[in-house]
Design a protein around this ligand. Structure first.
Ligand code: OGA
Ligand code: NI
Length: 410
């Protein structure tokens, strides 16, 4: 049955199978039975620990080795957290006609309700609806937020203000852990920006066939995720997917691409994804903290010397986000400027062809976009070359394969 419904929440209540537009190709599916579920999947850090330098060390290690950690005793009142989850449920419980008032597929909007990941560019859909809000400076945006449910603006505003406080504390600790002044990152963000999403993942009749959110890294600086009590987040570690099961009262923190660049690659923006399940709806609320679009992001000078060359070149966050953040969840972009990792590039290339020879039939099913993805996933550090134009035709593809570094203008 073809459905004319726009949002997954309205589709999910009327189907007992996944409509074809949500079905990922076999080689790209989540393989849920292979996911590891450990009790302590990522480090859990107590922010109330009285030994400040100990906490800074733990945070630094988590950023370096995991790219993800959880925090407890973070000082955010339970009331704000419960209100945030409650208002999210109420919002998505509104009638479709009410929700449609905020619908937009234009990613540049300050407020928008949308579905999947990027309905304009993607070929396969994801089992997610989301409300995305710009939230700093608050007074510039709050009056554009949905006015229904009536307490949404108040509850979400309180939550945002608190999350900003927590983020700034974490950024100080991260700066210190890199041996930088504690306000280093704060200053690098120029005027700062803060966005958030309310992700709503309805129950899915065939969770093996699709994603809530496909594999990606976060293009922003740092993300603080609140999730309800339903599992779904998974992070990639040593080539294996690990489930990050919810621990009540904690937040999940992950390093985004911009801290990877500021730290000159020492801290990792790690791939992650969200999967869905057949029994329960899931809500997650990421706070995306960002540089303002005009900030120039580059490796901290203090971290560069004769032995540690800058491996990323400077760019404005606005450029980065526009070209990569929105365009391609699948593309892990390294803006490297010296010592191109030729070896990695070559390895990715060789592995791709080995796979190609072993499973030719899989590749004949792939379109260019998927082939491109495959090359990236074959390569531990993706090839440096990103040709912005022509990626979806043969020329773009071969330019990725054969030229080790792209010297053009971004
Ligand atoms: C995101 C994200 C994970 C989740 O919104 O960028 O990774 O569990 N979300 O919802
Ligand atoms: Ni993410």
């Amino acid at each position: 049955m073809a459905t004319t419904k726009l949002f997954v929440i309205d589709i999910s209540s009327s189907v007992d199978y996944v409509p074809s537009k949500f079905i990922w190709q076999e080689f790209d599916r989540p393989n849920l039975h292979e996911v590891q579920s450990e009790k302590e999947s990522i480090p859990l850090i107590d922010l109330q620990d009285h030994n400040h330098s100990d906490t800074v060390i733990k945070i630094g290690q988590a950023c370096e080795f995991d790219g993800f950690f959880q925090v407890k005793n973070h000082g955010i009142p339970e009331r704000l957290i419960n209100n945030m989850i409650q208002i999210s449920k109420e919002y998505f419980g509104l009638p479709e006609s009410e929700r449609l008032k905020s619908y937009s597929n234009d990613p540049s909007k300050n407020v928008r309700l949308s579905t999947s990941f990027n309905v304009k560019t993607e070929k396969v859909s994801n089992w997610r609806d989301f409300l995305r809000l710009h939230c700093y400076p608050l007074e510039d945006y709050v009056n554009e937020w949905p006015s229904n449910p009536p307490s949404l603006r108040k509850d979400v505003a309180e939550y945002c203000i608190s999350m900003r406080g927590l983020t700034l504390r974490l950024l100080e600790a991260i700066s210190e852990s890199l041996g930088l002044n504690k306000d280093y990152i704060n200053k690098a963000l120029h005027k700062h920006a803060q966005h958030m999403a309310i992700n709503y993942y309805p129950p899915c009749p065939q969770p093996e066939l699709t994603y809530g959110l496909p594999v990606h890294t976060d293009p922003n600086l740092i993300t603080i995720l609140l999730q309800d009590d339903v599992p779904g987040l998974q992070v990639l570690r040593n080539g294996k997917w690990i489930a990050v099961n919810p621990i009540p009262g904690t937040f999940i923190v992950n390093i985004g691409d911009q801290i990877e660049v500021l730290s000159n690659g020492r801290y990792k923006s790690v791939k992650h994804r969200a999967v869905v399940n057949c029994n329960r709806e899931r809500i997650s609320v990421p706070t995306f903290y960002c540089p303002s679009p005009d900030s120039v992001i580059q490796p901290a000078e203090e971290l560069i010397d004769d032995e540690h060359h800058a491996i990323y070149r400077g760019f404005t966050y606005g450029d980065y986000y526009q070209k990569f953040g929105i365009e391609g969840l699948q593309l892990r972009i390294a803006w490297k400027c010296s010592k191109p990792p030729l070896l990695n590039h070559f390895r990715g290339f060789v592995r791709f062809f080995r796979l190609f020879r072993k499973f030719p039939s899989k590749f004949t099913l792939m379109n260019w976009r998927n082939i491109r993805k495959k090359i990236f996933s074959c390569c531990p550090i993706p090839p440096v070359v990103i040709q912005l134009e022509g990626l979806d035709n043969k020329r773009g593809y071969f330019s990725i394969m054969f030229s080790p570094i792209y010297h053009g203008k971004f």
